[in-house]
Design a protein around this ligand. Sequence first.
Ligand code: GLU
Length: 385
Amino acid sequence: MELSKKVSSIQPSATIELNSKALELQNKGKKVTRLTAGEPDFDTPTPIVEAAYTAMKEGKTKYTDSKGIKELRSKIAEYINQKYMCEYDYNNVLVTNGGKQALFNVLLLLINPGDEIILFDPSWVSYEAQIKMVGGTPIHVKTFSKDNYVPNTKELETAITNKTKAIILNSPNNPTGAIYDKNFLSYISKLSIEKDIIIISDEVYDTLVYDDEYISMVMFKESIKNTILVNSFSKSWSMTGWRVGYTIASKELISQMAKIQSHSTSNVNTPSQYAALKALDIDNSYMVKEFKKRRDYLFEEFSKLGLKFIKPKGAFYYFLDISDFGLSDKEFCDKLLNYGLAVVPGSAFYYDGYIRLSFAASMEDLKNAVEILKTFIDDLEKKTI
Ligand code: GLU
């Protein structure tokens, strides 16, 4: 049977797959420290869980408006308005099954065959796959550690053609932890107007920021009509399994995307929507504080090991340059897994010679990871591997 070319052209999500592989090894009794998937190790805060439970007991278990319950859409709009001085209302919000569906709806909305979408490498594993699934052409523009992974504007301009439909931004960035500053975002804002390009701003890590002040793309009012914000509750409130995300855009674009969702998944499961409604009242700063502590711990340890990297300013990943060790990133990860540490090769993010480690894991796991890396690097240097 001939399967669709679109599906045949993509690979499974490497982050999800490697995490499952490591989990399977753990289940078979092998001691594996899993720093693969970016999934906070905190429990979902109790009031959020209770809100879902109460909703279920009250019979809130049926279909809702496929765009999401009005209370949640309004509260998301207020939350974003307060944080970023915007003027959205519930008509600007579509509640989605996680950030992934938010992004997928946007791409389905925008792309005609052959349309080009620019993304910056290293780029999160699902961008390219999603673009291909809807018949678009991904255009990869490389960023570099010497620039703190902020895209080079000349290279970006060279990549723009008359087929360019949108640019995907991801700040705080997965996998580099980079945060784009005001200058760069203001440049993108102007570029989007001048070239009539949509900005898809994936801000799922927007509350996980450790040093600088965070600036959102929606703060640039002149390009607000061209800006589509993608966000999620997964990382900020440790709600990965609840599958609640959202898209914010102009009312016209939201109502077009709502058509897509009404024919694909309908609403996000109803109790999860009530959980998300509660999440917006919960202060997650205790998680942010803990992530910062872990980031700082790893910074010291990785520096002592002489590794090459940029200190992440947000999100919860280290992106380490392992190109000097004489192994491809995949070989490095495979061999490291034999030592009991699971991480993701940079090539999953279209960036060879690097590995990504998630520090959304317990301090104990991080300490184990450092010990394993030390031994591994020693053995590599002694050539005993
Ligand atoms: N976004 C997280 C990661 O990059 C979770 C897994 C996934 O959805 O890719 O690890």
